[in-house]
Write a protein that binds this ligand. Structure first.
Ligand code: SF4
Length: 360
């Protein structure tokens, strides 16, 4: 599989959300404006969360005009919003170029978590995932990722709640849109931006090995999750074609490097598929691989049914058996609580349905 950088939107103007505070400082300097204006713009964008430059009333009119001339606001038009009985809210948004993306708000006892999309579609081809069925259209810009969190926050504003954590686990492979993802993260964690604690953010990758090394050097407290889904090379290649490009042993080596370099634990995501990767022998094999990590944690995810795929759910007792085998081998494992199953909240399912109706 050839992994070149995917294309991004060829927008006429950059989005205001595409810029970090440092980018704004630079732009303000180049524009010959007073330095403190950068902080004011940032404040309007992320604290007051306005949706036009006209509303930035403490900026001189000439500066507002310059901003209108040079930047756009991201438009996320709400095509559909589904609310689950368990409080999960799933949005289907249309971007300026009519492509559709999904964003999910999940309610937990510890706060509200938002799951964001980083690409329009995905080319990684995981066989259990609806997001990849029609391939990759394009990367999102940093601003298009940020706008999803701002929208989620606006949804929570009437009840005075806040977005307290973020998972980058929506449609797309974030490590294939690395630079945009890093800019997004900078704005999320900035005390003058959305100010979300680094330890409350998780980035999940299917195993783009070079960028695991790169992420290890970023010196952040952001959590890393690896979608492992199989205990060996052969099975992983069947379930995840990315494994043919970055084989299992290379992935594990990169993870070992990350842990040694950062001192942080990795969460391994394991989607259980009935009769495919959920047998006791798979659990034993996985435990042998992961017990070499000092603090490995496995998230067991009973797979969601995708109508275009053949996978079936693992019976409840077998899920517990799998968990017990890991724990007996001193590998910490939790079973992920299913959220929003009554609203097709599995990644890519709403977009896939929307596309069936002729949309992009
Ligand atoms: S699971 Fe993630 S990486 Fe794999 S195809 Fe789906 S969106 Fe892409």
């Amino acid at each position: 599989m050839e992994l070149k950088e995917p294309k991004v939107l060829a927008a006429a103007k950059p989005y205001a959300y595409d810029l970090t505070l440092e980018d704004w400082q630079e732009w303000i300097k180049e524009s010959g404006e007073a330095g403190f204006r950068a902080g004011q713009i940032f404040d309007w964008l992320y604290v007051k969360r306005v949706s036009s430059f006209e509303e930035m009333t403490n900026l001189p009119k000439s500066l507002r005009e310059k901003l209108v001339e040079q930047f756009d606001f991201v438009t996320l038009s709400e095509v559909a919003k589904y609310e689950s009985k368990d409080g999960t809210v799933k949005f289907l948004f249309e971007l300026a170029d009519k492509n559709a993306i999904e964003t999910v708000i999940m309610k937990h006892s510890y706060g509200n978590s938002v799951c964001v999309t980083t690409q329009v579609g995905c080319r990684i081809g995981c066989t259990f995932c609806a997001s990849t069925l029609t391939g990759l259209k394009r990367n999102l810009t940093p601003g298009e990722i940020i706008a999803q969190v701002v929208k989620a926050q606006q949804q929570l504003d009437p009840t005075n709640e806040r977005v307290s954590s973020i998972v980058i686990m929506g449609i797309g492979e974030p490590f294939e849109n690395y630079d945009a993802m890093m800019k997004f993260l900078k704005v999320m964690i900035h005390p003058k931006g959305l100010n979300i604690g680094q330890r409350h953010i998780t980035v999940s990758t299917s195993g783009i090995v070079p960028n695991i090394y790169r992420f290890a050097e970023e010196n952040t407290q952001i959590n890393l999750a690896i979608s492992i889904h199989a205990p060996n090379d052969t099975l992983r290649s069947k379930l995840m074609p990315v494994n043919r490009r970055y084989p299992f042993a290379e992935l594990i080596e990169a993870c070992q490097y990350y842990v040694a370099k950062t001192g942080r634990r990795i969460t391994f995501e394991y989607a259980l598929m009935g009769g495919v990767n959920d047998r006791p022998e798979h659990a034993e094999e996985l435990a042998q691989v992961l017990k070499t990590f000092p603090m490995a944690h496995v998230n067991l995810i009973p797979v969601n049914f995708v109508s275009e795929r053949d996978y079936v759910r693992t019976p409840r007792d077998d899920i517990f058996t799998f968990q017990r085998i890991l724990e007996r081998n001193k590998v910490n494992a939790t079973i992920r609580r299913e959220q929003g199953s009554d609203i097709a909240a599995a990644c890519g399912q709403l977009r896939a349905k929307h596309m069936e109706s002729g949309a992009r």
